[in-house]
Design a protein. Structure first.
Length: 443
């Protein structure tokens, strides 16, 4: 007979068995706060766009505000990772959420009291970007401390599902709220969601989370390793060098980072830019593009459900094969297929995205020593996104020169070839084998 969510008195059937990680009190609390802030963040993008346009700004102004948010995010990823390893994820995440909460509150107040100047919007967007740059690496380092090792895949699957679900629900909810109460209301709600996250993270234990055998000990070990008294003698540069040395010593780490970097340049950037163009030209306009992205988010939720309760024996190989899913919506657009086919391809792409991200994130968290997780995550994120802006900027001009379909088709074909090459590498097929640079096998 089952007596609790973790099934300590007997096995759990079906979905309850797959959600056993929610029996960990601290993970459950954090998941609730994180999901709340994700919903707020996913609404904020719509609100900011309408707010900028309401001030009389056009596409160039909106682009400037978006850039002001993205640049600090990318530039501070490494610093965020080093800070998480030095001071602990909990402190860094609280600071990050306080910054984001303050930025959104200030933006909402400016909208309610008048028409904000461009410099003010740029400054507040930059502060929000700083918060995001600090938060991401700290999150990656925190998750393994809130979940027992054998439930880490579950934890990451649930977080991935929360992110995917927010991308579906957030924009739709923001559109309704912005139309009825104005962008300031949405931004205020986003600020409130960050405040909830601050409270939840603040209540997490400073050392030891009491969430199952070995988890509290792991948290305590990280707290000791990252205590200021021990690490103040080390320079930030030395911290970053040590993190980089570990990152490049793991072949599977830098190879998969290169894979996602080129993917963002050749596949995802062109898809995000040219997808709306194709939708407007022959699929039915903005509604068609919204349907495609909603299907992508729905597929990502489905991919998270698939992984709940499952741990493949070769996670890297499965993840790399799953990344082929991204080729389907791109190829459907390139081939001139109807909207239904593109939407089906988007579902496949969403499933692949969730499987790839969850398995790679879990393996990184399990294979990388706790005191290096923040920096390694930061290097991975920086490498993954560094060429993304170039892909976004170049897609339009290249398509104007050679055509939209060839650009999209080239990205899909590259992805197929890249996956084939990756599967030939021992570091991907057998990450724990000698000479693969995989370190200790985490599964």
């Amino acid at each position: 007979m089952t007596t609790d969510l973790r099934g300590r008195s007997g096995p759990l059937p079906g979905l309850r068995r797959r959600l056993v990680v929610l029996g960990e009190r601290d993970f459950r609390r954090f998941f609730t706060g994180y999901a709340t802030s994700l919903l707020g963040s996913s609404m904020a993008g719509v609100a900011v766009a309408f707010a900028v346009l309401a001030t009389g700004g056009g596409g160039s102004t909106l682009g400037a505000v978006m850039t002001a948010r993205i640049l600090p995010l990318v530039l501070l990823l490494v610093l965020g990772g080093a800070s998480a390893d030095r001071f602990g994820s909990r402190i860094v995440m609280i600071v990050a959420d306080v910054l984001r909460c303050g930025a959104q509150v200030s933006f909402a107040v400016l909208l309610l009291t008048g028409r904000p100047e461009l410099w003010a919007m740029l400054l507040l967007a930059a502060l929000a970007g700083v918060g995001e740059g600090l938060f991401g690496p700290a999150l990656s380092a925190l998750v393994p401390l809130l979940s027992p090792p054998d439930e880490l895949t579950q934890a990451n699957s649930l977080l991935q599902m929360a992110r995917s679900g927010a991308t579906i629900a957030g924009p739709a909810l923001a559109g309704v709220l912005a139309a009825t109460g104005g962008p300031a209301l949405v931004l205020a709600l986003d600020a409130a969601s960050y405040a909830v996250s601050v409270v939840v993270v603040f209540r997490l234990p400073k050392a030891g989370v009491g969430a199952g055998a070995g988890v509290g000990a792991g948290f305590a070990a990280v707290s000791a390793d990252t205590a200021p008294g021990r690490r103040n003698s080390l320079s930030l540069l030395a911290d970053l060098r040590a993190g980089w040395s570990l990152f490049r010593s793991r072949t599977w780490l830098w190879v998969t980072t290169l894979h996602i970097c080129l993917f963002n340049l050749l596949v995802w950037g062109p898809f995000l830019v040219l997808g709306p163009v194709v939708s407007a030209a022959r699929l039915g306009g903005p509604g068609a593009w919204g349907a495609i992205m909603a299907c992508y988010g729905g597929g990502a939720v489905g991919g998270g459900l698939v992984l709940l309760g499952h741990r493949p024996s070769r996670p890297l190989a499965v993840a790399v094969v799953a990344s082929l899913g991204w080729a389907f919506p791109t190829a459907a657009l390139a081939a001139g297929l109807p909207l239904l086919c593109v939407c089906v391809g988007a579902v496949v792409g969403g499933v692949g995205s969730a499987v790839y991200g969850t398995l790679l994130g879990t393996m990184e968290q399990q294979a990388v020593p706790p005191e290096f997780r923040g920096r390694v995550s930061a290097y991975g994120s920086l490498g993954a996104f560094v060429l993304g802006p170039l892909g976004l900027a170049a897609a339009g001009p290249v398509a104007a020169a050679v055509g939209t379909a060839p650009v999209l088709a080239a990205g899909a074909l590259w992805l197929v070839a890249a996956v084939a090459v990756l599967l030939l590498l021992p570091a991907i097929r057998r990450p724990g084998s000698p000479g693969a640079g995989g370190g200790e096998r985490p599964w």
